[in-house]
Design a protein around this ligand. Structure first.
Ligand SMILES: Cc1cc2nc3c(=O)[nH]c(=O)nc-3n(C[C@H](O)[C@H](O)[C@H](O)COP(=O)(O)O)c2cc1C
Length: 385
């Protein structure tokens, strides 16, 4: 079982910011072809393929040899929030906003899936083009603005997955504010989404940190967080098994403000936090970003998102669940997130550059070389229920 350790000497020799993000396996050949397409088109193609019968076949294939599958290696299994995760690596929100290819992500070896952001109302998002690759930086900049099919459609899709018993890993649902809803009615809008989706989720992530919905990040104050989480807790506590709630934060908050939001979330009954969303600070990227707007993800986000993660772990102690996301591109950066205090980790941009072989390659690295010293030194903390 894994768990986050206190800082180990090993962590200092890992330098994820310098680690390359090579394509894994056949992705070396496919990536240049796919990168000739507009980034969002390539993404849509991947989700389309993933939602096809191929995904089901892959899922069966992976399931057929569980003993040999690193994604099911007992050393990587963990229990967090009362849920069993076969491994700590998940798909971050945004990749599968409408829950179209969940079985594909689990077939690739991910230990959990977070779908969304879903809003109560269906919406088209911002004008295209709205996703840009920065290959030299192993990064993306996006200004998507939560395009999604809306809570009803996504709920129906997940209901079908549940009825057919196709989910083998925990499913998180990330909810956000509908663009047309004014900030003064944000709490009620989040509540509407929760009422439709909450019971279908194993855990729910409250997203107040996307840079691409006007005014959304202004909801990152202690008062607003309390109001939004409080509004969700009404229907949540009425469930026979209330779902763990997590708040997703931006890396651009000053440390004190992030901590105030985190404490407000915990006081309102959240299980923990997802750290972090994309950044509007492009200064860590070496590519010329003139004319680009939105949120930066991938390798240049690693340092700030990991520093915030570490700060929150130190301030909140072991009682808070922390999901570390931002610049996980390989086993070294994944191990560094765990070392900084993450119970679970996620990636998005890493998959674009590393390809579908990345999850298992990364998990193999965690199991083989990087996790072992931390377990051997006894620094592992019991995972939390
Ligand atoms: C194209 C794109 C769309 C995203 N959409 C969402 C979203 O809808 N909701 C959300 O909470 N995060 C969204 N994110 C942020 C990711 O979930 C993640 O927090 C961020 O990209 C950092 O992880 P990474 O460096 O592994 O990509 C998006 C990221 C990208 C690149």
């Amino acid at each position: 079982m894994i768990g986050h350790p206190s800082t180990s000497p090993r962590a200092s020799v890992l330098n994820p910011s310098l680690a390359p993000s090579p394509a894994v396996g056949p992705w070396r050949l496919l990536r240049p072809l796919l990168f000739r397409l507009d980034a969002e088109r390539a993404h849509q193609l991947a989700v389309l393929l993933g939602s096809s019968g191929l995904a089901v076949w892959l899922a069966r294939f992976a399931h057929a040899r569980p003993a040999a599958d690193v994604a099911r290696a007992p050393e990587l299994a963990t229990r967090v929030m009362g849920l069993s995760f076969p491994n700590p690596l998940g798909i971050a929100a945004g990749l599968d906003k409408d829950a179209q290819a969940v079985t594909f992500w689990q077939a690739l070896g991910f230990g959990f899936v977070e779908v969304g952001t879903v809003t109560a109302l269906r919406q088209p998002g911002n004008p295209r083009p709205r996703v840009f690759r920065l290959p030299q930086d192993g990064a993306l900049i996006n200004s998507m603005g939560f395009p999604n099919a809306g809570a009803d459609v996504v709920a129906t899709r997940i209901e079908r997955l549940r009825q057919r018993d196709l989910l083998q890993v925990p499913l998180g649902i990330n909810i956000g504010k509908s663009k047309v809803v004014p900030a003064t009615e944000a709490a009620a809008d989040y509540r509407r989404s929760f009422e439709r989706l909450g019971e279908l989720a194993d855990f729910v992530v409250v997203n107040v940190s996307s840079p691409n919905t006007p005014g959304l990040r202004a909801l990152q104050t202690a008062d607003q967080v309390q109001a939004i989480v409080g509004a969700i807790q009404g229907p949540n506590q009425a469930l026979s098994a209330p779902r763990p709630l997590l708040l997703k934060l931006a890396p651009d908050l000053a440390d004190a403000d992030a901590l105030a939001c985190a404490r407000a979330a915990m006081a309102a009954g959240c299980a923990g936090l997802v750290v972090s969303n994309t950044t509007v600070d492009f200064s860590a990227a070496s590519t010329d970003t003139a004319g680009l707007a939105g949120g930066l993800s991938g390798r240049p986000l690693f340092a700030r998102s990991t520093a915030l993660l570490r700060l929150l772990r130190e301030a909140l102690g072991p009682g808070a669940v922390l999901i570390g996301v931002g610049g996980v591109m390989d086993a070294a950066s994944a191990a560094a997130k765990l070392t900084a205090g993450a119970d679970l980790i996620q990636l998005y941009t890493g998959l674009v550059y590393g390809g579908p072989g990345l999850p298992r390659a990364l998990l193999g690295g965690l199991r083989g070389g990087l996790l072992a010293p931390r377990q051997a030194d006894g620094a592992c903390q019991a995972s939390r229920e």
